[in-house]
Write a protein of this length. Structure first.
Length: 198
């Protein structure tokens, strides 16, 4: 059956709503913590596996988005540094490789070239991204030691790349959790490329 333009637009609207209708709010527990995802080392891991004593940092990322490229150095430095400080850290690729070209092999190459010391996994159905309410790359979700969402949004102030002397939203949130104090800015708007859902 051929779908008319108006009907197609309406159906597309329903699909978009479905993808973005579930969103984690501050204080919500981590979701899909037992979903097995393939890491760049070939092992299947879960968010429960990588959870840290101080909290868990989840960043939805990819390879080709100019926003990810612009923030890459900051993202990797944060990931490597705060993993050493007791946080579980994982980057998740939820993009459809047929659409975005973000293949498993490209993930491995990027992680090796950029010095990832933390997992970079494939969300094979994009459902983990949907259940988090992630819509951009990069999109950040930081959970405290009890697994409750303490910060979500952007890595820091800026657009396609960090703003000079801009506010470091994620780093400030991580430091607050380490210090046992309230997160100064618990939510910001994620800015980046749209996730190419499967």
């Amino acid at each position: 059956m051929k779908i008319g333009t108006a009907t197609g637009i309406a159906l597309l609207g329903i699909m978009v709503c479905t993808q973005s209708s579930v969103a984690l709010n501050l204080g919500d527990p981590i979701v899909d913590a037992d979903v097995r995802m393939k890491n760049i080392d070939g092992k299947m891991i879960t968010l429960n596996n990588i959870a840290g004593a101080k909290g868990t940092l989840v960043i939805f990322s990819c390879m080709h988005c100019p926003f990810v490229i612009g923030w890459q150095d900051t993202m990797v430095e944060i990931g490597n540094t705060y993993q050493e400080k007791g946080f579980g850290v994982v980057f998740i690729n939820a993009n459809n490789p047929a659409t975005a070209g973000d293949t498993y092999e490209a993930m491995q190459e990027m992680a090796r070239a950029e010095g990832y010391q933390f997992p970079f996994v494939v969300d094979a159905t994009s459902d983990v991204a949907r259940h988090f309410g992630a819509s951009k790359t990069p999109d950040v979700f930081l959970f405290d030691a009890s697994g409750k969402l303490a910060y979500k949004g952007a890595i820091g102030e800026g657009g396609q790349k960090p703003k000079p002397d801009g506010e470091a939203y994620l780093q400030n949130a991580l430091d607050a959790l380490l210090a046992g104090t309230s997160v100064p800015r618990a939510e910001s708007k994620a800015v980046g490329c749209s996730i190419k859902f499967r």
